[in-house]
Design a protein around this ligand. Structure first.
Ligand SMILES: NC(=O)c1ccc[n+]([C@@H]2O[C@H](COP(=O)([O-])OP(=O)(O)OC[C@H]3O[C@@H](n4cnc5c(N)ncnc54)[C@H](OP(=O)(O)O)[C@@H]3O)[C@@H](O)[C@H]2O)c1
Length: 252
């Protein structure tokens, strides 16, 4: 049995890959950056002696998602845990001034990409009589923050889709969990600000944010509950972030 992680080339996805490998799970890892996936796979295979298969995949491309799964059925039939993690925020702007191309990118990746992957994998989980789907949501899906509009909306969709998936999969033995973190220091802010490292660094200035490893620990905990226990949602903030609007920054 293996764990299928989307967006495994960086941040939370890569940390989850390591954490699952450390407890002996085989992995199927996808993202767009092949070089990153290869480095990670080589490291995990050597360190933990687990099987790791990697595939370059853009989750926005529906046909590619469908083909990947149908052409590698023996691999995907072994998947017991699907971690729908691939996602991004792009830009920070009001609804009246936002860039529609950035909206498309976020909606296509965070919502439609997650749906395409889920649509391809769910029948296999149902066929094997159980499994676990873990969707990476965000506190942004519960509380909108200034200029977050479309990113917040995509993560609100993940909350609602996670609820819907639990209902859709009722009676199949497939569990559905949503993990919704606050600020996690990854490449997330750098991607949001199109590679502007200085602006990205300011997001986490003066506070201790969550780390990708913190989230991986939570994901593992959810996955390792007994089969009759389904953790529906985990909402986690750094201690210094009391709400999406209230961040305690120490300036020296
Ligand atoms: N960091 C935070 O503060 C935070 C808080 C709450 C929730 N989240 C969520 O956590 C998830 C992971 O983000 P992160 O913080 O770990 O950021 P990250 O370090 O930028 O990682 C994002 C991952 O998503 C992948 N990805 C993006 N677009 C993709 C696409 N079209 N197809 C396939 N893979 C794609 C990236 O890989 P490639 O670029 O190689 O494709 C990368 O592996 C996201 O869903 C994000 O919304 C993050």
């Amino acid at each position: 049995m293996s764990v299928f992680i989307t967006g495994a080339s960086s941040g939370i996805g890569a940390a989850c890959a390591k954490a699952f490998a450390a407890i002996g799970h085989d992995l199927v890892l996808v993202a767009r950056r092949a070089d990153r996936l290869e480095v990670l796979a080589t490291e995990l295979k050597a360190q933990y002696r687990v099987g790791v298969e990697t595939f370059v995949l853009d989750v926005r491309k529906r046909k590619d998602v469908e083909l990947l799964v149908s052409e590698n059925l023996p691999t995907f039939k072994k998947v017991e845990i699907l971690l729908n993690n691939a996602g991004l925020a792009k830009g920070l702007s009001t609804s009246q001034a936002g860039d529609p191309d950035e909206w498309d990118l976020m909606i296509d990746t965070n919502i439609k990409g997650l749906l395409y992957v889920s649509r391809a994998i769910f029948p296999l989980l149902i066929e094997r009589g159980g499994g676990h789907v873990i969707n990476m949501g965000s506190v942004a899906g519960r509380w909108s923050y200034p200029k977050g509009n479309v990113y917040c909306a995509t993560k609100a969709a993940i909350k609602v889709l996670s609820e819907s998936m639990r209902v859709d999969l009722h009676g199949t033995g497939v569990r559905v969990t949503e993990v919704a973190p606050g600020m996690v220091e990854t490449e997330f802010a750098e991607v949001r600000f199109s590679g502007d490292k200085k602006q990205a660094k300011q997001v986490y200035q003066g506070l201790t944010p969550l780390s990708a490893d913190d989230i991986a620990e939570i994901v593992i905990w959810c996955a390792k509950r007994p089969a009759h226990v389904n953790i529906q949602e985990v909402v986690v903030f750094p201690t210094a972030q009391s709400s999406v609007h209230l961040v305690d920054r120490k300036t020296s």
